[in-house]
Design a protein around this ligand. Structure first.
Ligand code: ZN
Length: 166
C-alpha cells in the first residue's frame, strides 16, 4: 500500500488516518478516526466566473494523482458525496472531455477552460472537486496524498472504499 505521505495539515485540523498511513502530528494508533471539529463550506468555480459552486468539506484530505491528465491539469482531488456539492451557476457553460474508458467525465468551463470539478471514474456517483478552484482555500489545511494514477488499475484499491477511504 502506498504510504500516506504528503503535506500535513496545519493547526488543529483533524484528519482521517487510513491504514498504512504515516502518522502525522500525534500518537494515535493506526486506523483511528478522529472526528472533524471544523467542517467547512467553501465556494469555488472556474476562472472567468461562469461556473460557480459550493462544497461542504468535512474530510480535509486530497489526492494528488500523477496520471496523464491530472498531472497536466494540476488537479488536486477532493472527493465528496453529491449532497455535499451544489452547482450555483454555469451548467450551460460546462463542456465534457472524455478519453480512454470514457467513464470519467472531465467537465470544464467552455469559456475559460478551467476544470473545477468532474465526475471521476474512481468514485462513481461522487463529485471530484479541484482543491485549487476553491475560493480562499489554504492548501496547507489539507493532507495531500500522492496517488500513482499512471498505474491506475494496480493502485485504485488504495483509494476506494473497499479498502480504505480518502
Ligand atoms: Zn470559466
Amino acid at each position: 500500500m502506498m504510504p500516506g505521505v504528503g503535506r500535513l495539515p496545519r493547526g488543529n485540523r483533524q484528519i482521517l488516518l487510513s491504514r498504512g498511513s504515516l502518522l502525522p502530528l500525534c500518537d494515535v494508533s493506526l486506523n483511528v478516526m478522529i472526528l472533524s471539529s471544523s467542517a467547512q463550506t467553501y465556494t469555488g468555480g472556474c476562472h472567468c466566473g461562469a461556473v460557480q459552486f459550493q462544497v461542504w468539506i468535512a474530510d480535509f484530505t486530497a489526492i494528488d494523482c500523477n496520471c496523464s491528465i491530472c498531472q497536466k491539469k494540476g488537479f488536486l482531488h477532493c472527493i465528496v458525496e453529491p449532497d455535499q456539492f451544489q452547482l450555483l451557476q454555469g451548467q450551460e457553460s460546462l463542456s465534457t472531455y472524455t478519453f480512454n474508458t470514457g467513464q470519467a467525465r472531465h467537465l470544464f468551463c467552455r469559456h475559460c477552460g478551467i476544470h473545477a470539478f468532474y465526475h471521476p471514474r474512481s468514485h462513481p456517483g461522487k463529485i471530484d472537486v479541484n482543491l485549487r478552484c476553491l475560493d480562499n482555500v489554504n492548501l496547507t489545511d489539507f493532507l495531500i496524498k500522492p496517488f500513482d494514477g499512471r498505474n491506475w488499475e494496480a493502485n485504485i484499491g488504495t483509494i476506494t472504499e473497499s479498502e480504505t477511504r480518502v
